[in-house]
Ligand binder design. Structure first.
Ligand SMILES: [Zn+2]
Length: 236
């Protein structure tokens, strides 16, 4: 292959590699993965919070149930004293009666409190299981997404490796001077080698003289456009 053809090929591979690297960057910053990951973290915090609240409620419920048991026991004692007939003193009996009513009232209040507590816990459990279900689904989606991106990522890296290898091979075949000029043009103009289309330099649109076109058709020499300095390539 002549130097010019090599340069033309080299540029193609350089451009492909540039595309691949851009795609890799996109994957690394994949917004969707990031947003799902954020949502997963938020949901996990919410679930932990609900779990803590449920645990506290459970403790309070146990405590209230034991208070209720004590009150029941107290009531039975009072009623025993009242109805067994062992106490004859009216003053004492009236005191016990009042005590009995007050304990009954306390029991009723405790029962209402326990009931509303159980209702609240039921609601929390429902909320927890709904959020947990969403969390599990999101986790599945996240895992799948990561897997897919990994596959693409590996494929692109593999392709990039192939392109780099091809670039190395081509570069080693091109003469040092031509390669240096190519690198300079790539960095200053983007494209170093430009196709001749309709007898014009496609880099700057200048119409090329016939003798240059004839030379280019042979593909033997490297000719720069007089106007933009890019290397001209006549694609047969
Ligand atoms: Zn030009």
């Amino acid at each position: 292959m002549e130097s010019l053809d090599l340069l033309w090929e080299l540029q193609k591979h350089d451009s492909t590699l540039k595309d691949i690297n851009n795609k890799l960057k996109y994957i690394a910053n994949a917004e969707k993965i990031e947003s799902i990951s954020n949502k997963l973290n938020e949901t996990e915090i919410k679930l932990n919070d609900l779990e803590c609240r449920l645990e506290e409620d459970e403790k309070r419920l146990i405590k209230n149930n034991s208070i209720l048991k004590e009150l029941d026991f107290k009531l039975k004692g009072i009623e025993k004293d009242l109805y067994e007939g062992t106490i004859g003193d009216l003053k004492q009996l009236s005191y016990l009666d009042k005590e009995r009513e007050s304990v009954i009232k306390e029991i009723e209040e405790k029962e209402v409190e326990i009931f509303s507590q159980m209702e609240e816990m039921e609601g929390l459990k429902e909320e927890f299981s709904t959020i947990e279900k969403g969390f599990k689904n999101l986790r599945i989606e996240y895992t799948q997404l990561i897997k897919e991106y990994k596959v693409i990522d590996e494929k692109l890296k593999e392709k990039a490796k192939e392109e780099k290898k091809e670039i190395e091979i081509l570069s080693s075949k091109i003469g040092e001077d031509a390669f240096k000029r190519y690198i300079q043009l790539r960095s200053s103009k983007g494209n170093a080698v430009v196709e001749v289309i309709d007898n014009k330099c496609s880099g700057c649109n200048m119409v090329l003289p016939t003798f240059i076109l004839d030379k280019l058709k042979n593909h033997k020499v490297i000719i720069h456009c007089e106007n933009c300095n890019r290397i001209l390539y006549y694609n047969k």
